[in-house]
Design a protein around this ligand. Structure first.
Ligand code: G3P
Ligand code: MG
Length: 239
């Protein structure tokens, strides 16, 4: 479980293209123990690690991930946008990322990124992957999402999964109780001591982001955050 850990957000995405294998290897090289990444379904129901719903920002492709076959996705350049030396990087499958985690012994926060239509199918495919392919040498992942429907589907498939609720709505407590989440995850510009205490009062550790500044990180850790998402984790207080 998270104990004041720094979590490399989309891998060490400040140093290598987000959600690609070099970003996860870089996180390991920096001494990070946890990584966060985003999982989506392709048109042919494959699981890929990718953040945006569309391809334009971080690849040389066009269109929606959910409407593109995995074979087509695997041919795209997913790193050249970041720096020319990464032009050969590809959108990784979930299986490829998990192989990397096992090699590096990295713990994972897997964020589910469904479309409006595929939340239940994404949860089903992820649960099936976890049951069949998650390495026994790794701790079970924390599965988070902004999409309560996806978390709800996963909870029904396997109530023992460790879920994190990505906070976006005022009725967070109802969902946190209903899904028996282990943590609340929140991305905001700033956090106060009262913010952190607020969630702790209800018994939920807060995982906060995105923090790339060491002094902010130290303050939040002193206030008791369970984890910090960071794109550039190395200046932060690593274990
Ligand atoms: O899971 C934490 C954070 O990654 C959520 O925001 O948009 O970076 O996936 P986003
Ligand atoms: Mg994410």
């Amino acid at each position: 479980m998270l104990h004041g850990d720094v979590i490399a957000h989309r891998g060490a995405s400040g140093y290598a293209p987000e959600n690609t294998l070099p970003a996860f290897y870089k996180a390991h090289a920096l001494g990070v123990r946890w990584v966060e990444f985003d999982v989506q379904l392709t048109a042919d129901d494959a699981l890929v690690v990718f953040h945006d719903a569309t391809l334009e920002r971080t690849t040389n492709g066009q269109g929606k991930v959910a409407q593109t076959d995995s074979c087509q996705l695997s041919r795209l350049d997913a790193g050249g946008w970041f720096a020319p030396q990464y032009a050969k990087e590809r959108i990784p499958s979930l299986a490829a990322v998990v192989d990397c985690l096992a090699e590096c012994q990295l713990a994972a926060n897997v964020e589910l990124k469904p479309t409006q239509d595929n939340a239940v199918k994404l949860a089903y495919q992820v649960e099936r992957f976890l049951q069949q392919q998650w390495p026994k040498t790794l701790p079970p992942p924390v599965i988070s999402s902004y999409c309560q429907k996806a978390l709800h589907a996963l909870f029904h498939l396997n109530p023992r999964r460790r879920l994190g609720l990505l906070y976006e709505q005022s009725d967070w407590l109802r969902w946190a109780k209903h899904l028996r989440v282990v943590s609340i995850h929140k991305v905001a510009d700033t956090f106060s001591y009262d913010d952190i205490r607020h969630y702790q009062t209800f018994g939920y550790p807060l995982v906060a982001g995105i923090v790339n500044d060491a002094s902010v990180a130290r303050q939040l850790l002193d206030w008791g955050v369970a984890g910090l998402f960071s794109d550039s984790p190395d200046p932060l207080p690593l274990p």
